[in-house]
Design a protein around this ligand. Structure first.
Ligand code: G4P
Length: 528
């Protein structure tokens, strides 16, 4: 590769930030995303992303379920530029019915933004998504939202983040009052008061000060809020963690920002700090060692496959995370698993639902590839050489159902459907070890069952019945002497698609008991 091309690669990699927003439904993810896009000029009007959320059926009528439920079954990527940076937001469904896709999408991010409702604190879905990020050790930035409402004490929230998620936090700014009393925030790094103005708190006035004890802070905040602010910040100075970029980068410390997305308060400060502190695209592990983004040869892997985005074409889109080198439209690459060359002629990038054709893309970018059925989740694509990226983890399902086919004559189509839909990652499939020929589906969210049932009928012409099973946990079993007869009480042992043993448990108690009874067996939450 010529030196000017390498220089271009370096510039493009260094300016990229690829992240996902993790939160519980209703914390304000759509609102925050929209404000970020507005800053980047990617959308012109407030309300566009919201409208997309509310009227999703208007643009994605390819799937009845979306229409009926008014939610997104799939996720896409939003891209914008801000002050020289290229920002990629991996949009994960915020609804309760999230799926394994959400988890897999997180593997394509280099950092995460954890959004928390100031009144509700750390909620269930945030915990699950956090854990997936924490396992990878990626940096996590926290935005505590809805400061304009009465929320919980900021110290309580920090304590909860540490207790529930096991990560230390460092407030980058601190609220001056809250709810009706909210006056603004104190920026601990820049030593300035950012003050809300106007009825909607949407104008920001910045006052530089030497220190929070500065008397001018008193004149802005009033005696009561000033005293409280000084008390809080003194405590933080003495007992709080100091800011440490290395710890942030290792995912051991989360910088916390307070704000209100709907009022656009604190969003710009957050964005600017985030872009400065968050990492550029990071190396990815492969069987050939770590693949550096600046390595000149193109490589990437498929982390998600989305079917039927266009009802007229019944096409599938495979989402590729670029890991190294430069991607160019029309380039020929090795499809490593298939052992052959393919031409990437129709790459598409997504902003909202509009499809744009991508000419060039760089590490950290996500491109959608037209997939005539040749890709599987985890597939590696590489220029010239065979790079095999580490397999994507298979996450432990939490809901299980036995499948039966209503019409036995349709068995062939049924098998084809199962094969393809499990390959796409729509559901996980397990087979009983009891001698009965039972097929069990495992999913992370209820919606995955509905999608499976619907697609089996519409795409493969097979009517199925799902019988819910009482299991809640799956653990892959690893060990030399596994005695499956020991897994009878409130549990069962099945085999996954790759013939690995998996135990399913009805309760945490059943799981713990089995672990105690089988000390020589390792119980893995994700497939080995
Ligand atoms: P989500 O994508 O995480 O599910 O959340 P979304 O942005 O849709 O926000 C959920 C609700 O919280 C919305 O209210 C939204 O307006 C509100 N919200 C977001 N940020 C803030 C904030 O900073 N302060 C306050 N007070 N509210 C906020 P909604 O009533 O469900 O919808 P809408 O009628 O306002 O559109």
């Amino acid at each position: 590769m010529k030196s000017d091309v390498l220089e271009e690669l370096r510039t493009e990699v260094m300016r990229r930030r690829t992240f996902a927003i993790i939160s519980h439904p209703d914390a304000g993810k759509t609102t925050l995303t929209e404000k970020l896009l507005l800053f980047g000029g990617a959308i012109r009007e407030a309300g566009s992303v919201k409208a997309r959320k509310a009227n999703r059926h208007a643009t994605s009528d390819w799937m009845e379920i979306e229409k009926q439920r008014g939610i997104s079954v799939t996720s896409s990527v939003l891209q914008f530029d801000y002050k020289g940076h290229r920002v990629n937001i991996l949009d994960t469904p915020g609804h309760q019915d999230f799926s394994e896709d959400t988890y897999r999408t997180l593997t394509a991010a280099d950092s995460a933004v954890m959004l928390i409702d100031a009144a509700k604190g750390v909620e269930a879905q945030t915990i699950k998504l956090f854990q997936v990020c924490a396992k990878r050790g990626i940096p996590i930035f926290t935005f505590i939202n809805k400061l304009d409402r009465e929320g919980r004490n900021p110290f309580d929230l920090m304590e909860e983040i540490e207790r529930v998620l096991g990560i230390r936090s460092v407030p980058m700014n601190w609220p001056i009052g809250m709810g009706r009393e909210l006056c603004g925030v104190y920026d601990r790094m820049k030593h300035q008061v950012e003050r809300f103005q106007g009825n909607n708190h949407d104008t920001i006035e910045v006052h530089k000060v030497d220190d929070y004890r500065d008397e001018s802070v008193r004149s802005i905040a009033g005696d009561y809020l000033y005293e409280q602010l000084c008390q809080d910040l003194e405590l933080l100075d003495v007992a709080g963690d100091p800011f440490d970029l290395e710890k942030v980068r290792r995912g051991e410390l989360t910088p916390v920002f307070f704000g209100s997305a709907i009022n656009n308060f604190g969003v710009q400060t957050f964005l600017e700090n985030f872009l400065e502190l968050a990492p550029a695209p990071t190396p990815r592990k492969s069987q050939n060692g770590e693949v550096e983004p600046l390595s000149p040869r193109f490589s990437g892997y498929i982390f998600k496959i989305q079917a039927n985005m266009n009802p007229a074409h019944r096409d599938r889109i495979a989402f590729l995370r670029i890991c190294s080198g430069r991607f160019e439209r029309g380039m020929t690459v090795r499809h490593v698993r298939a052992g052959r060359e393919i031409k990437l002629s129709q790459p598409q990038q997504f902003l909202a639902q509009d499809r744009d054709i991508v000419e060039k893309a760089y590490p950290g970018d996500i491109v959608g590839l037209f997939d005539p059925g040749i890709f599987r989740i985890g597939d590696s694509l590489a220029e010239k050489e065979d790079i095999v990226f580490d397999e994507l983890p298979t996450f432990s399902p939490e809901l299980f159902a036995k499948v039966t086919v209503k019409n036995a004559m349709k068995h062939k189509q049924y098998q084809k459907g199962i094969d393809q839909l499990t390959e796409e990652g729509t559901v996980q499939v397990f087979y009983s070890t009891s001698g009965f020929d039972e097929t069990i589906l495992g999913v992370v969210g209820q919606l995955q069952f509905e999608v499976f049932e619907y697609r089996m009928k519409v795409e493969y012409g097979v009517d199925i019945e799902l019988h819910r099973m009482p299991f809640q946990f799956a653990r892959w079993l690893v060990g030399d002497k596994i005695d499956t007869s020991k897994f009878r009480i409130n549990s069962t042992v099945v085999r996954d698609k790759k013939d690995r043993l998996v135990a399913l448990f009805e309760s945490e108690y059943a799981l713990r008991t089995a672990m105690e009874k089988n000390p020589d067996v390792t119980f893995l939450e994700t497939a080995p």
